[in-house]
Design a protein around this ligand. Structure first.
Ligand code: AHG
Ligand code: MN
Ligand code: MN
Length: 335
């Protein structure tokens, strides 16, 4: 890296050169980055900060919340509610949307987040993250409502995640490629480390929770069986496997060196379309992956084209290296 470009400078230059980032969107992204910095500090303190373990409460999806799920959610709300850039927020950890309190001015953006992704990895010191998605509030209607959030992912105006791993890195798209910024703890700022991130179209690495194999649908089973058959099988090459159980960490690896990630529908809970959440996980990650030259589908259609009907909607996810995603999707369509 020849010269240091801070996140602020990067955003100002995108605003000036590409006209992609209006002032209020820049403010929003800076506030989200600041909140992530604060979550990163809490994560780093671990047991010393009393942030590990469960909170003994349940979220709307019936999952037991960890202390950090709640802390991260509060940090994001407190950072974002007063700036005047938002009309409302929605979170994996809140039952309903939160409109900006009346005592603050309301803005035109909507912020959606998975405050802490990879909750099962918090206490074991494995990479976790925060995922966010930004939409514009549709015109008209003074009060913001849940309906305003139900927009397909292709309408996002910004999306990203912050991974809390060996480094804390913020990964962002505003619709013109993907850029990565690593937190410089001495400076206290995010510094650009990579621009124009590209996912190679081919890969020999897949990520899926193999313990669910017996519950999968035939197309997913076929794809993985063919990978496992290796050089002697129909694919004629060996595959490697990784499963971190933090979507942020698996997606970060894919943005860095390629790969395919799948959390498909399975027979354990057949009435649910999948485990992951469309609005807080699949849409922002799907857009990042597409912006890096990859693809993201639910096995049948592009994730970003799905018209949401519910805030906490779940979805089957296949994303990553383009040729592999197209292959798995093809197996579904021709099944
Ligand atoms: P969250 O911690 O926000 O609930 O998300 C966890 C998700 C995702 O990050 C990961 O890919 C997946 O759940 C792991 O699920 P399994 O434990 O079923 O493998
Ligand atoms: Mn998650
Ligand atoms: Mn979460």
């Amino acid at each position: 890296m020849s010269h240091h470009i801070s996140l602020t400078r990067y955003l100002v230059e995108r605003q000036r050169e590409d006209g992609l980032i209006p002032g209020n969107l820049r403010l929003l992204l800076e506030v989200v980055a600041r909140a992530c910095k604060s979550i990163s500090h809490a994560v780093n303190k671990g047991a010393l900060g009393g942030v590990l373990g469960t909170a003994d409460t349940e979220n709307v999806q019936g999952e037991v919340q960890k202390k950090l799920d709640i802390i991260a959610n509060e940090v994001l709300i407190e950072a974002n509610e007063w700036g005047g850039h938002l009309a409302g927020m929605a979170s994996e950890e809140m039952d309903t949307i939160l409109s900006v309190p009346n005592r603050y001015p309301a803005g035109e953006y909507l912020l959606l987040f998975d405050p802490l992704d990879g909750s099962s990895n918090i206490d074991v010191n494995v990479s976790i993250g925060t995922i966010f998605s930004v939409l514009k509030k549709p015109e008209g209607g003074a009060e913001v409502g849940e309906q305003d959030f139900l927009q397909p992912g292709r309408q996002q105006v910004a999306a990203g995640y912050c991974i809390y791993g060996p480094q804390t890195t913020l990964v962002l798209t505003v619709g013109k490629g993907v850029a990565m910024f690593t937190l410089d703890r001495e400076q206290g700022s995010f510094v650009l480390v990579q621009e124009h991130v590209q996912i190679p179209p081919d890969t020999q690495e897949f990520a899926i929770n193999m313990s669910n194999m017996r519950h999968w649908d035939a197309p997913v089973k076929r794809y993985i069986d063919e990978c496992l058959a290796g050089k002697e099988g129909p694919r004629g090459k060996n595959f490697n496997m990784r499963w971190i159980a933090s979507m942020v960490a698996d997606v970060h690896r894919i943005l860095t060196r390629g790969g395919v990630f799948m959390y498909p529908w399975d027979k354990r809970e057949p009435h649910k379309p999948g485990k992951l959440r469309l609005m807080y996980e699949a849409n922002p990650m799907g857009w990042l992956v597409e912006q890096a030259g990859g693809a993201a589908t639910n096995g049948r259609e592009r994730i970003l084209d799905i018209a949401p009907t519910e805030l906490h909607q779940r979805v089957s996810v296949i994303l990553g290296s383009k040729n592999e995603v197209e292959r798995v999707t093809g197996y579904h369509l021709n099944a």
